[in-house]
Design a protein around this ligand. Structure first.
Ligand code: F6P
Length: 526
């Protein structure tokens, strides 16, 4: 399947990306407009043949039929026997969605209304602070989106506690008043150790301050039984089905804290934005399909050219948590070593995803991106406008920096250009040669840029849905199940068995020498 693409890639040789712009229409031919956003992938080695060969790979892998299966409620999460229907959560006016011949939409809309009633209730109450207790998908999505949409906040202050490290909850509770704080316990399973410990600590904190916990906890979970056992009654539980994966769950009850922060109307706008991207993804032909193209660029860099990481670089400070969110979305989904049929994967698993907002990253790790010996494909995101209308010059500088980075990565600076600059400063001879070498930028480093009008709830919805579908396409082409996460289990099991070893209730005998040594050191200082 990959042969054609690999052969074409072999022929790239020393070709410079910037020379591809001899085609005056390249920028337009290697860009896409969808849902009001522009994806420019022209600063890559893509040419007509490579793109066509990759689209053929997507076709052969069955992306189109799999896409229909996903939207249609088929159980494409085969190792867990589940449908994958986060798209149903934002299907505000898209008609029925069937799972086993039953339409799930009435229940989805009913839950959305219940969420709105709960959120409105909290917003209208005397609550000053809301603390979301959850981890992984029950934290990263709502936290990333709540930070992203801070200009729309008109509710109580919202905090997020995820880490089992007591420092996390302590630092949050210190800022809250027990009399006016509401806790939202977000956990699909309602068994996650970190979340259950943090929730218990919150309960103890209320008791310690002589405040009743009645009515102060809301649960967001698929496991109403466990929530009830824990003491949260049914009317305070917002449930969702097993076909909503944790890292795809911000669109439903797990998004409650976001809804509390921005209100029900803005939350619906967030859903509408995602629905718009869903419609584009489902209908557009593969070669004009934004999530598909983003996936093909990613696969080309990762699978064909062998670049093991990709940097996500939002030039939008409020997207500070987007890289962390995408780490879970992409790496928990596509970090698999076994294909759908249980065979070892013959290709590499998905790449390492990392990043920080620009311009901060420029003053930290961009050195390696520009001059290091490894190529790091970069994905820039930037809003045409910012919310700070009175600080327009900041936005102008931000955009200029973003565009400058992709240009610099592509063009680089040759030895001759470096010499010229130094000669103008009066250097010559051996010293000029030595200094010039350090000022060479190899260039020819690929990047994509996604530009959107302004980071509104609607636009954020479109961006997140774009990445979700990109992960889907990459997963289908790799032949893996993007919707399970067995790789997180072993560590959880061992942590459970190591708990009593750390406290000293159980001896460390039988553990490896390294683990025993570490336990002994910890015990010395406890
Ligand atoms: O351990 C991984 C994981 O299962 C993630 O997939 C999930 O988002 C997270 O833990 C939290 O799970 P839960 O929502 O069930 O507490």
């Amino acid at each position: 399947m990959w042969n054609d693409v690999r052969q074409l890639a072999d022929r790239i040789g020393t070709r410079r990306i910037e020379d591809l712009f001899d085609n005056a229409n390249r920028a337009q031919e290697f860009s896409l407009h969808a849902a009001g956003m522009l994806l420019d992938y022209s600063k890559t080695q893509f040419d007509d043949q490579i793109r066509a060969a990759l689209v053929a790979v997507a076709q052969q892998a069955g992306v189109e039929s799999r896409r229909e299966e996903m939207f249609g409620g088929a159980r494409i999460n085969e190792t867990e026997g589940r449908a994958v229907l986060h798209t149903a959560l934002r299907n505000l006016d898209g008609g029925p969605v069937l799972v086993d011949d039953a339409d799930v939409m009435p229940a989805v809309m009913e839950t959305l209304k219940r969420m709105e009633a709960v959120a409105d209730g909290i917003r209208a109450s005397d609550a000053t602070d809301v603390v979301n207790i959850g981890i992984g998908g029950s934290d990263l999505g709502p936290k990333m989106a709540t930070i992203a949409l801070s200009p729309y906040h008109d509710g109580p202050r919202c905090h997020f506690v995820s880490n089992v490290d007591g420092a996390d909850i302590s630092d949050v509770l210190r800022r809250c008043d027990p009399a006016t704080t509401v806790f939202i316990v977000a956990s699909k399973t309602f068994t996650t150790i970190e979340t259950m410990n943090n929730a218990q600590t919150a309960k103890d904190w209320l008791a310690h301050h002589g405040v009743s916990d009645e009515g102060r906890f809301v649960a967001l979970s698929s496991n109403a039984e466990k929530a009830a056992e824990w003491g949260i009654p049914g009317e305070k539980v917002l449930g969702f089905e097993d076909w909503v994966g944790g890292r795809y769950s911000v669109w439903g009850p797990i998004g409650l804290t976001l809804m509390v922060a921005i209100g029900a109307e803005a939350f619906r706008a967030f859903l509408r934005g995602a629905q718009e991207m869903d419609r584009h993804f489902r209908a557009a032909p593969l070669h004009q399909n934004m999530p598909v193209l983003l996936a093909l660029v990613g696969l080309f860099h990762n699978q064909v050219l062998g670049h093991a990481t990709r940097a996500v670089l939002p030039y939008d400070n409020r997207l500070a948590r987007l890289p962390a969110y995408l780490q879970q979305l992409e790496m928990e989904s596509n970090g698999k070593g076994v294909s759908m049929d249980g065979q070892p994967l013959e290709v590499s698993s998905g790449p390492v995803v990392w990043g920080e907002p620009g311009t901060n990253g420029q003053h930290a790790f961009y050195q390696l991106i520009h001059q290091g010996t490894r190529t790091v494909p970069c994905e820039f995101l930037v809003g045409a406008a910012g919310h700070e209308g009175d600080l327009r010059h900041h936005q102008d500088l931000l955009v200029a920096n973003c565009l400058a980075q992709s240009e610099a990565l592509m063009k680089g600076r040759s030895m001759d250009e470096a010499r010229e600059i130094l000669r103008a400063k009066g250097l010559e001879g051996a010293e000029l040669e030595r200094q010039a070498a350090h000022r060479v930028f190899p260039g020819n480093r690929p990047s994509t840029t996604l530009v959107y009008p302004l980071l509104t709830p609607e636009v954020l919805g479109r961006i997140i849905a774009l990445y979700e579908h990109r992960v889907f396409v990459e997963g289908v082409i790799l032949g893996i199940n993007s919707y399970d996460q067995w790789g997180v289990e072993l560590g959880k099991e061992l942590a459970t068995s190591l708990g009593p070893v750390v406290t000293g209730e159980v001896s460390s005998e039988g553990k490896d020498g390294s683990t025993r040594q570490l336990v002994e050191y910890v015990k010395l200082y406890r």
